[in-house]
Design a protein around this ligand. Sequence first.
Ligand code: SAM
Length: 376
Amino acid sequence: MSPTTRREPIPTSRRPGDAWREPGLNPRESEPQRSATGVRPPDVSDTLVRRLRDLRVSVTDRCNFRCTYCMPKEVFGRDYRFLPRKHLLTFEEITRLARIFIDHNVRKIRITGGEPLLRRDVERLIEMIAGLDGLRDLTLTTNGALLARKARALRDAGLQRITVSLDSLDDAVFGSLNDVDYPVEQVLDGIEAARAAGFSPIKINMVVKRGANEDSVLDMARYFHGTDIILRFIEYMDVGNTNGWRLDDVVPAAEILEMVGAEMPLEPVDPNYSGEVARRYRYKDGGGEVGVIASVTEPFCGDCTRARLSADGILYTCLFAAAGHDFRALLRQGRCDEEISEFFRATWTARKDRYSEIRTSETVLWPKIEMFSVGG
Ligand code: SAM
């Protein structure tokens, strides 16, 4: 889409300079009020004294995009064998695990994938999870392709927030990154539908890759400036082993902030809560907020409170892990909640991951789980 044909940006509904807070994730609220089962198990710390607060749940390993930095077409083509349906956790299984993890003080759940809106009736799962006691924040990350159709149903089901991935406003650039020639306009339609359904603020994830879309950074910043949409620039990461990552392809967050700030001055904003992934900035002219996720140049393993559950029920305690912990086996062996809880305690207590802090040109070659199977 050329800048001349672009639609008007979405107007802001936020007062200039307002700082938005993640619902229920006030850093002063260190403990959830109560457990879903009424009996709160002890809060478990890992070997680096980090607790679990944030669970990402992948509901499918399939995606309708072939983003070159995530799921390159050459590797994940027609012959690639995705998980068979019977291997996927059912909605009931996911909800049961979610309840157990909420008992362990998870406060935020993000539904992701693959592309989560490809999972049939995903809004039914949202409704089931939204009904769990003790959860403070339920959100979903999508590429936006099916969002125009699904936004209302997701909202009605109880989804609180949404993040849409969009890497450029230029069709040629976006098409070369999503590698299926998906047009920008349709993602913007999805964002607009989400806004109309009542999601606010909406976040936009833009992965910035050197030589691919760094020229789109300013264009994206200008487009969302003055709206209640929060654009977050993500450093290109060495997730998985198929995207051919090189350090030279990373555009450091500092460079992105300098580029944006030179035209639209920025100032830092306090984190919404400890362990927040994005560093927040606001435009000094009151034009809203942007964020950077600098996992490569400024790793934040020290306060990582996240775990990821793959679509087939494997729990990964790091985005860069090589192996995970099989919760589906426990579910399907008929284990009781306390046994599953105990397995979690053992898994989390042993956790020592800090990949981004020890990343070198050699670690890049370590076997790692692909991002589309554990979610973003
Ligand atoms: N399909 C959904 C989407 O596109 O948002 C959810 C899954 S996707 C794996 C989640 C997020 O991870 C997206 O924002 C995507 O851009 C980001 N991502 C994927 N590969 C990445 C990489 N190599 N470096 C940084 N971010 C990446």
